[in-house]
Design a protein around this ligand. Structure first.
Ligand code: ADP
Length: 448
């Protein structure tokens, strides 16, 4: 096992990794920006190195400073968390050439899956069903129209380097193509420094269902069941659960097998997620692969009983995946508590948390780096806590989440807590019958 791990991240995920390292007796190194001096990941790590000013570009994304921090402190591995450099192939490469183990897949696997158009081609070749669309990059609107005519409108234009729901445009008819194409190209160029686009059929009212996969260095690949992330606002996940209310044993097996087939095709190593869209007739289509641990991994942990971050470290150290078959049981739900104002278009709401009271009890888990007196900085994503509940049934989990949310008190800033309370009361959510358009028709009532 590693002797000292540097965590190239911040917030709840940095803390999550530090806790696992402590259980293994591994020393930890936190890196932090000047805006994160008072963060818990800095306080709880054995050592901490300031890597620059607040802006991510000058700190958490600055590869030479992170490598220097690892070298000065003699860390033998780096955990990238999610976001920031987690899916940056050249970062993984530099770690390797510097003699530091990158806790994740190899740079080749990251590049192969990081280009979304290439990833689709790879999956298609491996026999995994993919959303119908262009073969690779589409150069100009005329070509896009031709493909759209062949597969049928509506279509969706997506950035090959996409992430976080950015750079996507739905096109319902031919006349909209030229403008949508230019806008998406511009947005992708700005956000990802790569304006390349691809096209796929817009699946109407699908569910977002993703399979958690793992590969070890000995060629074993396994899956840990699925997560349903259909509660999204502007293609961004807000509530996740496992199992999915629409996935039965047969579909789980089929999706699991497809996911494993896809991973084997690229000799995948460490934690990954294969995202699928599931249509009304329960057809499923590969959408993309995330080559890192996901924000929503705890729901899988609760139903499988496996600590996935621990497994990441084990696999990176060369150990084999567990031999025992994974049998998910019960039901888990996660709500993302963001420092955002749901009454004002989910506008980010950084600032001082004056009071902070967490819920607790049997089957209630909070992963957070926040506390009373913590100042939520305006520079990073707005996730301040993840509330996860576990119960024997979905109804039980929804009720437990509702009561945990009642207890959860955060004062001083606006959060998504009141929004989640309303979702838990919503009849459609409670029925389990909804799709990714669920929040489009959802009206938030702050007074309730
Ligand atoms: P990102 O990596 O930016 O998060 P994804 O490819 O994962 O982008 O897509 C995010 C969300 O956008 C999906 O969960 C789904 O709701 C929607 N979406 C993406 N592609 C399609 C499609 N072809 N048809 C319908 N919805 C889609």
């Amino acid at each position: 096992m590693f002797k000292k791990v540097l965590i190239a991240n911040r917030g709840e995920i940095a803390l999550r990794v530090i806790r696992v390292c402590k259980q293994f007796g591994i020393k930890t190194v936190a890196v932090y920006s000047q805006a994160d001096r008072d963060s818990l990941h800095v306080r709880f790590a054995d050592e901490a190195v300031c890597i620059g000013p607040a802006a991510s570009k000058e700190s958490y994304l600055k590869i030479p400073r992170i490598i220097a921090a690892a070298e000065i402190t003699n860390a033998d591995a780096i955990h990238p968390g999610y976001g920031f450099l987690a899916e940056n192939a050249s970062f993984a490469e530099i770690c390797t050439t510097s003699g530091i183990k990158f806790i994740g897949p190899t740079p080749e696997m990251i590049s192969q899956m990081g280009d979304k158009a290439l990833a689709k081609e790879t999956m298609k070749k491996a026999g995994v069903p993919v959303v119908p669309g262009s073969d690779g990059v589409v150069k100009e609107p005329g070509e896009a129209v031709e493909i759209a005519r062949a597969i049928g409108f509506p279509v969706i234009i997506k950035a090959v380097a996409g992430g976080g729901g950015r750079g996507m445009r739905i096109v319902r008819e031919e006349s909209e193509m030229a403008l949508a194409f230019k806008t998406a190209q511009h947005e992708a160029g700005q956000a990802f420094n790569n304006p390349d686009l691809y096209l796929e059929k817009y699946v109407v009212n699908p569910r977002h269902v993703e399979v958690q996969v793992f590969g070890d260095q000995r060629g074993n690949v396994m899956h840990f069941g699925e997560r349903d992330c259909s509660v999204q606002r502007r293609h961004q996940k807000l509530v996740e659960e496992s199992p999915s209310p629409v996935v039965d044993d047969e579909l789980r097996q089929k999706m699991g097998e497809a996911a494993i087939k896809g991973c084997k095709a690229v000799h995948y190593e460490n934690a990954g997620t294969i995202e699928f869209l599931v249509d009304k007739d329960k057809n499923f289509y590969f959408m993309e692969m995330n080559t890192r641990i996901q924000v929503e991994h705890p729901v899988t942990e609760q139903v499988t009983g496996h600590d996935l971050v621990k497994l990441q470290l084990r696999v990176a150290a060369g150990e084999a995946l567990p031999k025992r078959k994974i049998t998910p049981r019960g039901h888990a739900i996660e709500c993302r508590i963001n420092a955002e104002d749901p009454a004002n278009g989910f506008r980010p709401c950084p600032g001082l948390i004056t009071d902070f009271h967490m819920p607790g009890g049997f089957g209630v888990r909070v992963d957070t780096h926040s506390y009373a007196g913590y100042h939520v900085p305006p520079y990073y994503d707005s996730l301040i806590a993840k509330l996860i509940v576990f119960a024997q049934t979905r109804d039980g989990a929804v009720n437990k989440m509702a009561s945990a949310l009642e207890e959860f008190t955060i004062e001083g800033i606006k959060t998504t807590i009141p929004f989640h309370r309303q979702v838990m009361r919503d009849e459609r959510f409670r029925s389990g019958v909804f799709d990714t358009s669920f929040l489009d028709s959802f009206e938030f009532h702050p007074q309730d």
